[in-house]
Design a binder for this molecule. Sequence first.
Ligand SMILES: Cc1cc2nc3c(=O)[nH]c(=O)nc-3n(C[C@H](O)[C@H](O)[C@H](O)COP(=O)(O)O)c2cc1C
Ligand code: SF4
Length: 645
Amino acid sequence: MMPPVDTALSDEEILGTPVTMGALALANRLVIAPHTVNFGFTDGSPDDDYIAYITRRAPGFGLTWVPIAAPDPLGRAEPEQPWLWDDRFIPGLARLADALRAAGTEPGMQINHAGRQTSPKLIGGETPVAPSPQPPRSIYTTVPRELTTTEIAGLVEAYAATARRAVTAGYRALNLHFAHSYLVHQFLSPDSNFRTDAYGGSLQNRMRFAVEIVEAIRAEVGSDVALDVKLNGSDFVPGGIELDEAIAVSTALLARGADGVSISGGVYGSSPFNLLLPFDEKAFLPLAASIRAATGGLVTAVGKIRTPADAAAAVREGACDLVGVGRAVIADPDWALKALGRLRSSVRPCLGTLDGCSERLRRFEPATCQVMPEVGRELRHRPTGQPRRIAVIGAGPAGLEAAVYAAELGDTVLLIEETAQTGGMLRLAAQTPGGAPFGDLADFYVDELARLGVDVRLGTRAGRAVLSSFAPDHVIVATGARPDVPDIEGIVSAPLAADEDVLSGESRPEGRVVVLGSGRRALATALFCAARATTVTVVDHDCLRVAHDASALMRRAYKQQLAAAGIEIVPGPVRRLTETEVVLDDRQLAADLVVLAVRLRSLREARDVVPDGIGTTIIGDAKKPRSIMDAIAEAREAVDGTHGP
Ligand SMILES: Cc1cc2nc3c(=O)[nH]c(=O)nc-3n(C[C@H](O)[C@H](O)[C@H](O)COP(=O)(O)O)c2cc1C
Ligand code: SF4
């Protein structure tokens, strides 16, 4: 543990304080948390795409963890990740270490064996191994094979040999992934370890494998290498690891050779918190604080540290010595430079809803990011053609991204918005429970528009006069969509409101509210109404899966939130509406207000006011109602398109 923080220091000074991890001096407290992206590691060695991805993000971070090097072929967890079970992988990972060091960060290597948290498809058709033959609670279903004690001893040696290879490749910091349902965590947790030998039963036995790995690595690499261990402060599953055991494990590992612990929490499928913390919860910080206080060890905190202010507060409040940043740096590659005040612009905020990152991994696809479409495309050359004059109509997420990106490319940009505010649906989504990050994204765009000198005309209807006087080379129409009125008998007599009118305050959700729709927009609106109405019922009019357009983790989170708020979800379709009722096949729901969130209709009338001869591109919901991720990606494509090939 480092000495107490001088609370008079600024956020930048706190985050910029040098840290010593074991024998290793780190420039500051900022750490890129290990995160797999499932690209850039064909056959286990990094290619230029991964090196470009991670070195683009590394500047400013004292330490950058490269995720999950597999110490054994059966330990693979992703189609594309580092492999390090053989010396032949050393040169590729050495090239990555050199590139990270050249980017100004200390390269660190995380080692992980997936155990049962994998599929035969990822491990050459073999059966996954685990402490006990219990199937995982995740997308994987294969019942694993129980490891023999001889195999356990072999894996301890494999970990030590892998650590030696990482050090040979130039990594002076190692992180052992003992959290999140992977092999060593499976041994630690009584929820997955049912062994009756020396590796199961008492905590002493369950942590034996972890202790042996730490001791073997320390003996192999000596005292010059910094050794950190990622642990769960709580699994948030009945029968899993709780804080008292996490403290005991941390204490033991710190005594046997670890220089620090990174404290996370949750496992796949845990509740109320899983390892990615849906919504804006900082639930792992109290766990980190308790472990830091109890052990006196050097602690890295992770979990929803989204802003530099969050990071500094975590240190100031004594939760940690170092701050691990995961999704926030996927979303904003300049996060650390901004946190340290070396780059003066706002942080592009992570929305936390996982659409681009972990949802893609869940489907074995390469990660991207819903607010940063350049993830994985860092080597792509931005267009360099002549600066253009670009008019953007509509200041929702698509229009804002188009305006900001065009201005970044050097274009002269006019942004026209009919309402008095920028943000569109982002501002409304910000009103819903857990929706604050959407408002942060809108605020980010406002800051960027000002920094980049975009001419923003609010309260202005796009017309020929305003466009002609600007004389654009190209017009981008990003006017969004409106909730469509479904064709239901009696709809004209029903007490109707569109979801966006409820969220904007134009329509008050009082009494008995029935929300039609089952997408995340409908569910977020229902949660918003629950705090104001007497009862809220969601009717899945289109008979789609509830939260069908959300990532799997968010779907679970929504269901939990809806249940906690007492919101009933009723299958549709709606057969008839009256002034007071929503009529289904088998029941009638009394309704003082029926909120429409079924489907959207694109708005693109603005296209008609574009003077003849000027190229026009329609993007985002105005083209076809979809997600924010589509809107932002399409905005960039449209701007690139205006610059030609
Ligand atoms: C796309 C993605 C991949 C991840 N991969 C890893 C990993 O390989 N190793 C690991 O220890 N944690 C992994 N994590 C978890 C992060 O390290 C971190 O614990 C978690 O995301 C919470 O931090 P954040 O809120 O800053 O993202 C991953 C998280 C994400 C979003
Ligand atoms: S995809 Fe979403 S949750 Fe993942 S890093 Fe990007 S903004 Fe954050």
